[in-house]
Design a protein. Structure first.
Length: 475
């Protein structure tokens, strides 16, 4: 396999970034390899820690991806053995547990970075970016060492390398800038380093990071340790904020203690992370929280309720006649209708309440800190009336309703599953009673108890209710 890679590189004339992935789960390993090889990486797989160490001893890999949990030699043991190899590749630990202690442990053992594997596979989108960052860091470390070596022979050569660096490099002494390279001046919004030399460094560090920045420099000065890269916020000359990744080293400048800071703009990476986070927690069509976000919110409220004795209500909402409307108008107008429903639900709620889309035409509302049953009934009536109003979808108009099931905490259960099942059960009872109704969960299963029927029919004045003809769905 290694010989094949060498032949490919010779044939193409383009160096191939070779990666080794140590993972005992073959399905996850194949999935990751397919994803990276589509991006022109070459990935060799090792099914165990021992096999991975053997391949690394004989192969020339740019990066090692190491799974945290494995039988035999786990990720931690692999990292310890890698330290004994000659010139081992930088390691990225992949773990299913985002525990900070794990992150600290693997970083102490020399891992270049770590990444949490999520069920939505968002980590596969971030992985190429992390790999490139690790490669760049290693390159910068090697470049820095080369610069230091060459500086002994030629200060001018060193200065040129610094000036051509894509990362910002600054030198500061007594809390003020002594030097910035062109990239550093550009990141801070200056046209020339002359605009910054002599100015206090803290003027360009976001106030939220003043304490952290100062503590890191004190640690560097007192112990002369190598500081890990850390995310911070800097301020530009125009007052704008910029997300950066920063490291620093201490040295002596003309007999005075000084610091060299290396920083890079990570605005695009942070934006990508925010997009992935939003995709994982919000419904793409309506912008409402999705099932995962809702589940976490419900769990938190149950914990707070048990601790503080607070009450809340869960409203399970299923739209009446949505399928017929969607079939008649088409999916484009069906999506427009769902977006309008989401807006109406938002307008009914308080800021402390939560509305989420579970999927299809099912929505759920959490009413936090209610006083009693009447609060939930009042909100259900408000939602029913809002949904019952005609919807204007471009040149079309349609009418639908909402069947609502209500469960109350704590009387209807003190677990997330109990609350969901009982609200869902009450919603189906509402369906049986007709359109645009709400129903509380009731053990005696009496269809009429606790329900309220809402209709815009003219016959409501006589106490009767009419069911609209299907032809009235759309006008």
């Amino acid at each position: 396999m290694i010989q094949e890679t060498v032949q490919e590189e010779v044939a193409s004339g383009v160096p191939i970034t070779r990666i080794i992935y140590i993972e005992d789960d073959l399905v996850e390993a194949q999935l990751l390899r397919q994803h990276l090889e589509r991006l022109s990486y070459r990935v060799d797989l090792a099914g165990s820690g021992a096999e991975g160490l053997s391949l690394m001893a004989s192969g020339n890999y740019a990066v090692a991806l190491v799974d945290y949990l494995m039988p035999g030699l786990d990720g931690i043991e692999v990292m310890r053995h890698m330290a004994l190899l000659d010139n081992p590749p930088p390691a990225i630990m992949l773990t299913g547990n985002g525990n900070e202690k794990i992150a600290v442990e693997v970083m102490k053992l020399g891992a270049a970075d770590y990444l949490v594997k999520d069920l939505q596979l968002g980590y596969l989108e971030l992985l190429p970016m992390v790999i490139e960052q690790v490669l760049l860091r290693r390159h910068l470390v090697e470049q820095r060492q080369e610069m230091l070596d060459e500086a002994r022979e030629s200060e001018e050569r060193y200065r040129r390398l610094v000036e051509l660096s894509p990362d910002g490099i600054s030198v500061h002494c007594d809390g003020r800038f002594e030097f910035l390279n062109p990239a550093g001046a550009e990141i801070l919004g200056a046209t020339s380093y002359d605009d910054l030399v002599g100015r206090p460094v803290l003027d360009f560090v976001h106030p939220h990071y003043h304490q952290v920045f100062g503590e890191r420099l004190r640690l560097l000065e007192e112990q002369n340790v190598e500081l890990p890269w850390m995310e911070e916020k800097f301020l530009r000359l125009d007052g704008g904020e910029v997300d950066v990744e920063v490291t620093a080293l201490a040295f002596s400048l003309e007999g005075r203690p000084a610091f060299q800071t290396i920083f890079r703009d990570i605005t695009e990476r942070k934006a990508a992370e925010l997009r992935l986070e939003r995709m994982a927690n919000y419904d793409l069509l309506t912008g409402l929280p999705n099932r995962s976000f809702f589940s976490d919110r419900l769990s938190q409220l149950i914990l707070h309720g048990k601790r503080d004795g607070t009450r809340f209500a869960l409203l399970f909402i299923d739209l009446d006649r949505f399928k017929e409307t969607n079939d008649l108008l088409g999916h484009y107008f069906g999506d427009l209708l769902l977006k309008e429903v989401a807006e109406r639900l938002r307008s009914c709620l308080r800021e402390s309440d939560t509305v989420a889309r579970l999927g299809g035409d099912e929505f759920v509302v959490i009413l936090s800190r209610i006083q009693g049953r009447s609060d939930a009934a009042l909100m259900a009536e408000r939602i029913s009336l809002a949904i019952a109003q005609p919807f204007r979808l471009q040149d079309r108009e349609c009418s639908i309703g909402a069947s609502i099931g209500i469960s109350l905490f704590p009387e209807d259960g003190e677990t997330k599953e109990q609350q969901m099942v009982k609200a869902d059960t009450a919603m189906y009872r509402s369906k049986k009673l007709g359109r645009n109704t709400y129903q509380f969960f009731s053990q005696d299963n009496q269809a009429g108890q606790g329900s309220q029927r809402l209709t815009r029919s003219a016959s409501s004045e006589t106490g009767t209710t009419d069911v609209e003809d299907e032809a009235s769905l759309v006008s």
